[in-house]
Design a protein around this ligand. Structure first.
Ligand code: ZN
Length: 139
């Protein structure tokens, strides 16, 4: 086809036609103007203005640029939550490990999961040292 050949050769420079959002008031043609991003951004203290970037993706009927793509934010939030859950599980696991060491030593104390140690009164023992001590004591 003639048109395909011209397009492949880069001879035809047509404006990129976006998904029609409505009809132009002046012509019975879908609007082809590039939609702007719908996100309101801060423009100094206490004021917002619309983002000036052209819309790249459509989300719930509104256009957004690549930076303000809500899908990206949703994905980032999910990733953050997953990482946060993983950290929490990891901390809980260390806490359990420390509690088990305290129990073996028959001591009341605290677990510092940040540095994997147990504290009994003023004595601070790393998990490794607590493990060695428990073995030494035959517990
Ligand atoms: Zn934007």
């Amino acid at each position: 086809m003639e048109e395909d050949r011209q397009e492949a050769a880069g001879a035809v420079q047509r404006p990129r036609r976006l998904q029609p959002r409505g009809m132009s008031a002046f012509a019975a043609e879908p609007m082809t103007a590039v939609e702007k991003c719908s996100k309101q951004v801060w423009s100094g203290s206490w004021h917002t203005r619309p983002c000036k970037k052209p819309g790249k993706v459509q989300h719930e009927g509104k256009w957004y640029c690549g930076v303000h793509n809500p899908e990206r934010r949703i994905k980032r939030d999910q990733e953050w939550r997953a990482a946060s859950d993983a950290r929490e599980r990891h901390s809980a696991q260390i806490e359990t490990e420390g509690r088990a060491l305290l129990k073996r030593l028959g001591a009341a104390g605290y677990v510092d999961y940040g540095v994997r140690s147990i504290r009994v009164r003023r004595l601070v023992l790393s998990f490794d040292d607590a493990e060695k001590l428990a073995k030494e004591l035959g517990r």
